[in-house]
Design a protein around this ligand. Structure first.
Ligand code: NAP
Length: 179
């Protein structure tokens, strides 16, 4: 059964970006080859869901290198954002519940990667539509920033695996408990 997976990297104090949306602390961190290979994870993914702020970050920072070339991408937004020609991108104002259904259908039996950011992931957690979190914790405290999962209520998880990587990062796979 297809799952929604929030695959994300955060600081030790739970931030996915600085307050200004910067990712230098992550991009410059030497994760090394022990981390779960992005390619392996990506093989199991049939669609992605991305929040408007994360989409804007990608468009501003790597406009010529859309990372999800061969699969449908759903961008959650209330705005009309620019889309580069030829990309399989749908802008949607659907709520989390309907979009979860739509994305699972589009994924054709594979999982759906909830790319983030935190606000978007939280809307799926609040709707009971988030099944798993793959969290890479980078050994740095940012002090302030954009929270990893600012859900409206507590979210209990069952850790499936925790791995301390040689780089000092911690990789955790967490199943979200259904209430
Ligand atoms: N460290 C990592 O692995 C990682 C991963 C992903 C992202 N990031 C970073 O996280 C930052 C952005 O995170 P964020 O939490 O601030 O923002 P975000 O989740 O990317 O985007 C939030 C926006 O998405 C739209 N949205 C979210 N839920 C919606 C819903 N249910 N219906 C309609 N629209 C919805 C809204 O935009 P509208 O204003 O259009 O309504 C909302 O303001 C960026 O800097 C990005 O680079 C880091």
């Amino acid at each position: 059964m297809s799952k929604l997976i929030y695959y994300v990297a955060a600081s030790m104090d739970g931030y996915i970006a600085t307050q200004q949306g910067q990712l230098d602390w992550l991009e410059n961190f030497p994760l090394g080859e022990e981390a779960t290979a992005y390619d392996d994870f990506y093989q199991g993914i049939g669609a992605v869901i991305i929040g408007a702020e994360t989409y804007n970050w990608i468009m501003e920072n790597t406009p010529d290198d859309w990372p999800y070339q061969n699969i449908p991408a759903f961008i959650m937004t209330h705005r009309t954002l620019p889309i580069l020609a030829g990309l399989n991108i749908t802008l949607t104002g659907d709520d989390a519940k309907s979009l979860a259904e739509k994305a699972k259908c589009a994924a054709g039996g594979k999982d759906v990667w909830l790319v983030g950011g935190g606000k978007t992931a939280a809307s799926f957690a609040d709707a009971g539509e988030l099944q798993q979190i793959m969290l890479t914790t980078i050994p740095v405290f940012l002090g302030t920033g954009i929270p990893v999962l600012p859900a409206n209520s507590r979210l209990h998880v069952t850790p499936k695996t925790h791995r301390l990587l040689p780089s000092g990062a911690m990789e955790s796979v967490l199943d979200v408990n259904l209430t």
